[in-house]
Design a protein around this ligand. Structure first.
Ligand code: PLP
Length: 401
């Protein structure tokens, strides 16, 4: 509400908000959390299968490092007071050990306040007003909002089941490709849980070179994989650093969603652009978080095998339960999401999921909330204890029958 000339609050006049706010939706999770909280306050036992936030804790050494670093009196200055190099070196070392990727910590690595921060600012680095971005459909909604807030124009790239939910690069109109400044890729994929084939990245890199398009690879699920499968990483492939960057994060790999610790690696020109933007948008990461992130990245990754075995067991239970209900779906090799076809007779994916929420208090995300081509699917997250998942499946079975 505005103020009258004398400074008093008189009759309400609408605030003159920016028009760009009208061109994107608020983040889905925030709105849904409000609805689910209200349902819980009304006494309903809601199971939120929408939330992709691990129900297990970060490794001990990481938590201890944070606690100890917080207790030190000299760790509470602006983060720019401390050299970022040790964390950059820890990130570079982690990428080298996990994926065999070599990056110069000084010029090819940047810590982020969660990869979501980078996902947002990358558009400021790559797009001028009216520039085209190729965005997969369905996709993690932050890509769409980020492009639109930056004043960019979205050209959707359909991810279809018949293509293994990979973009069909040959189907992108060469005119559109020439116009595009960037393309988003995200494998292992949210929401479809698809993974990239070994041929995909070399083809993508050739295509990006041909059309002079920056590749932005979002890879937060690189460590969540099953059945002995190790997902390939964009930066592993020759020429990747010439054409693009990759985001990763401690959120899923180290069960640390709340910590907001992410990273960006790759092309040094994009890295310098992002550093410039970040020099205004924040003052870096809280130093104790940097210390704890270093403890995590330099520490053992042994805990991941046990954690992934747990997700794998949950995946098996859910996949079998859905198949038993007659629901069509694939068997995900990575991510902690199950992407399944909306059962016949329940209307659209939104009809199915909201009716399910209403009748059995189980929240699953309608595929259409990730884009037009997500219609006909719904997504379940495996980040819940086995007994809650079993309870959700029992309720779903009742609902379906
Ligand atoms: C595909 C994808 N990218 C990025 C993010 C955000 O990750 P972070 O917690 O590092 O900001 C998520 C979170 O769910 C995601 O699914």
């Amino acid at each position: 509400m505005g103020r009258d000339r004398d400074g008093s609050r008189g009759k309400a006049t609408p605030m003159k908000l920016a028009k760009r706010l009208d061109c994107f939706e608020a983040y889905l999770g925030t709105a849904m959390n409000l609805i689910l909280t209200r349902m819980r306050e009304e006494g309903r036992d809601v199971i939120n299968l929408g939330l992709g936030d691990p129900d297990v804790v970060p490794p001990d050494a990481q938590r201890r490092a944070l606690a100890e670093a917080c207790l030190r009196e000299d760790h509470h200055h602006y983060p720019s007071f401390y050299s970022p190099m040790p964390l950059k070196e820890a990130i570079a070392g982690w990428y080298q050990r996990q994926y065999g990727v070599k990056c110069d910590p000084e010029t090819e690595v940047l810590p982020l306040l969660g990869s979501a921060e980078g996902l947002f600012h990358i558009h400021t680095c790559l797009l001028d007003f009216g520039d085209t971005a190729l965005v997969p459909d369905p996709c993690y909604p932050a890509y769409v909002a980020g492009v639109l807030i930056a004043g960019g124009v979205i050209e959707p790239v359909p991810l279809l089941r018949e293509n293994g939910f990979l973009p069909d690069l040959d189907a992108i109109d060469p005119e559109v490709a020439r116009r595009a400044k960037m393309i988003w890729v995200n494998y292992p994929n949210n929401p479809t849980s698809a993974v990239a084939t070994p041929e995909f990245y070399p083809r993508l890199i050739d295509w990006a070179r041909k059309y002079d398009v920056a590749v932005v690879s979002d890879n937060p699920y690189s460590e969540i994989c099953f059945d002995g499968y190790c997902p390939p990483t964009f930066l592993q492939f020759e020429g990747a650093k010439e054409v693009g960057v990759e985001f990763n994060s401690l959120s899923k790999a180290y069960n640390s969603c709340g910590w907001r610790v992410g990273m960006m690696l790759g092309n040094r020109e994009i890295m310098a652009a992002m550093s410039k933007v970040k020099s205004h948008s924040d003052r870096g990461m809280f130093y104790p978080l940097q210390v704890a992130a270093m403890a995590a990245l330099n520490g053992s990754t042994d805990f991941m095998a046990e954690r992934n075995a747990m997700y794998q067991e949950r995946r098996d239970t859910i996949v079998q339960a859905l198949l038993d209900m007659g629901i069509e779906l694939g068997n995900p090799k990575a991510t902690f999401y199950v992407w399944a076809c909306t059962p016949r007779g329940f209307g659209t994916s939104k009809d199915f999921c909201f009716k399910g929420l209403d009748e059995i208090a189980v929240w699953m995300i309608p595929g259409s909330m990730y884009g037009k081509h997500g219609e006909g699917y719904f997504r379940i997250a495996l980040t819940h204890p086995a007994d809650r998942l079993a309870e959700a499946m029992a309720r779903l079975k009742r609902f379906m029958s």
